[in-house]
Design a binder for this molecule. Sequence first.
Ligand SMILES: Nc1ncnc2c1ncn2[C@@H]1O[C@H](COP(=O)(O)OP(=O)(O)OP(=O)(O)O)[C@@H](O)[C@H]1O
Length: 838
Amino acid sequence: MTQCFTAQRNRQFMKKGTTSMSPLAMFQQRRLNSSGPSGKPGYNSRGERELTDEEAATLLKDLKTVWNDSSLSDEDRHAQIKKLFEKYEIGGMISPSASKMVSTILTDTEAQKPGEKVDNVQKFHQSLMDYHLGKQLEFGGQYDNKFNPPPKESRKDGGEKAGDKSSKEAKILTAEIKLEWLLFWVAMSGLILYMLSAESYEKEITWQDFRTSMLGKGFVSKLVVVNNDTVRVILNERGRGQPMQDANSDYYFTISSVKNFEERLKKAQDEDGVAEESRVPVTYVHTTPIGKTLWNILPTILLFAFIFWSTSKLLKGSGGLSGGMFGNKKQFKKFNADSDVKIKFDDVAGCDEAKEEIMEFVNFLKHPERYERLGAKIPRGAILCGPPGTGKTLLAKATAGEAAVPFYSVSGSEFVEMFVGVGASRVRDLFKTARENAPSIVFVDEIDAIGKSRSKGKASGGNDERENTLNQLLVEMDGFSSSDYVVVLAGTNRSDVLDPALLRPGRFDRKIYLSNPELEGRKAIFAVHLKQIKLSPGCDLEDLKGRLATLTPGFSGADIANVCNEAALIAARHDEEYVKLHDFEQAIERVIAGLEKKSKVLSPEEKKVVAYHEAGHAICGWFMKYADPLLKVSIVPRGQNALGYAQYLPPDIYLYSTQKLLDQMTMTLGGRVSEELHFDSVTSGASNDFEKVTSMAQRMVMACGLSPEVGLVSYNIDRGSDMTKPFSDKTASLIDSEIHRIVDQCHERCRKLLKEKSNEVELVAQRLLAKEVITREDMIELLGERPFPDQNDAFDKYIKGKKEKDLEQKSKESRDAEKDEKKDEKKDQEEDQKKDEN
Ligand SMILES: Nc1ncnc2c1ncn2[C@@H]1O[C@H](COP(=O)(O)OP(=O)(O)OP(=O)(O)O)[C@@H](O)[C@H]1O
């Protein structure tokens, strides 16, 4: 039966087309070869241990278990099989012990049921054979039979395991990389070989060399004139054997004309006295030099191949190829409403009107039937416009968060690339995805990058690609109906430059304006951001919010977020346990005026100038009715240019009276005027002040109708790149003279005031020189109370009022303490009196 099975197995393997011996035959062969007297009992002649029948049976059982355990990875399976073989001291399957084991299986099987069981064992046996020995046949002997993991594809256990696919991909990738490198090195070697061989293949010589070292010595067997311009020299055996000649090289020289060459050759041979019949034969050939041409252009081909290869690698590296031609694929971020967009309206503080308007979109996306029932069409989109950092992106995200719909955001500048058509295709992609996942919200940030007015764009040399993108955006917005349930929001800082086509009804029909927050808004935003800050336990949050909001007029939401973060950083730097008010104050100063420049050391003279300059500002502000309340004056250099600064707290106002504007301009000139009055020469330190003053005067004259001479007209000051003037030359000179008149008037007023208050300037400047930073309290101490009420309620309530309240509290406490003391004294006196009476 054993022999019969062997023959059967042999046939099977022969059928596979293998010419080598079948594994089982090899087994049997080995068994026969190795059977012989053993040196040690139980060991064969090669020192391998023979298995007992029980051992073979246990091994078989164990092997079967390991083989059928599908939870094992290939590596683990091999390791376990190896362990088993080591345990039984058989180094590999090709051993007499193993073959004995196999024959044991077969005998056992035969003894039991010849039919079905044989099949099972045969199957197992075959698997085992294939697994360990068959590999040698299948893989041309590469498989080393030492239980190294075979290639995964060779597994015969059918189903592809998880992970196989990725490892296959990894292998393909590795193979690709190897191939690329191989190609690269082949190309490089080709180039190097070419360069080397080009040198050794042909050597150009001169007629003189040819004449003296070849022709004259009788080394030339033949000359071939190629294409009437080159003569190839074929050396004879003697010539090739000469040490100075290179046997591997052909020699050639160029000629100007064949006739000339023939004459020179004849002359030379005449001179040498060569007989007519022994003269060097000359043949003439005309070649179409395809080979040579190819050879010549080989470096160019290689160069191009290299450029192509490196470019494709570059594109692949940048995700270009994987994302289509030139990376023309989706670049927008998708935020899943449920898992990613966690921002809600509560996180957006201080813009209640904007929230109210945008709430309509949320309601529509949540309950469209309410609107459809009444025949209402919801606006397709809204433009969120306003200064930077006012929460446009935040509000758009919160809309998606509230409506619990997917949010797709993309920046306008991402649409525009250097390749024509990319922008338009991106717009198509974006809207397609949004529609597929409707209801959804698309947010296009910085829409002015593509949506600039087309006529304005043309004036400055318009950009076709930008226009194409804009057109595609218009088409897409037209193309979907409100039943698509896609809402498009867009953010911009410059709604004035947008193309009117974008803003017409049916596209971005709503314009939601987000301005820098006012006091209450700032308080609300502080409330949002203070939640993450660790404040001291007893801190009065309401008071802190009010105070911080008062100290930050004109701050945007982003600035406020920054202040909170800065304060926490400052507290951490000082290793404080909680973030305190003074950390916030420092953070605000840092945001307003920049970082303190400790390294910027001013000379005593410079310091004096800065002190008088700042004192000038402070005194003007103090004694002018409409000036903003002063908080602090400092002569510590900050930021890029500021050598000193005065911090005022302007209230949130919308109307500026002429008087207020003039007072502010006068106060701004206070620095320069103080320098004029206290020093022999003035400095450049007031340039920034002049900028402010000029711009204010310009607005008064050209935009606000506050100049009686120019009249009630408005000339758009911010005309951008428009170089034309909307007024005549005469008006231009009138505008000039009016601006000068206003500034001069303020200068005169300021001079008069500071002359009057020269002692006060002196006092403040000296205090500044001594303390570097002075506060409102210092000013009160030096100058007494300000003669006018401060026109900032918040300032009164949170800063001044608070301070006064503190002072009142203190004086009340001291008064109470005094009273108590007096009472006690009186009591003591009365008691003493009583004692005396008694
Ligand atoms: N109203 C607000 N409430 C709370 N935080 C705000 C608010 N506005 C702005 N912020 C903070 O400022 C950060 C920046 O805001 P956002 O990116 O929304 O500004 P933006 O108006 O889109 O700015 P840009 O115009 O520069 O794109 C937000 O992440 C948030 O921390």
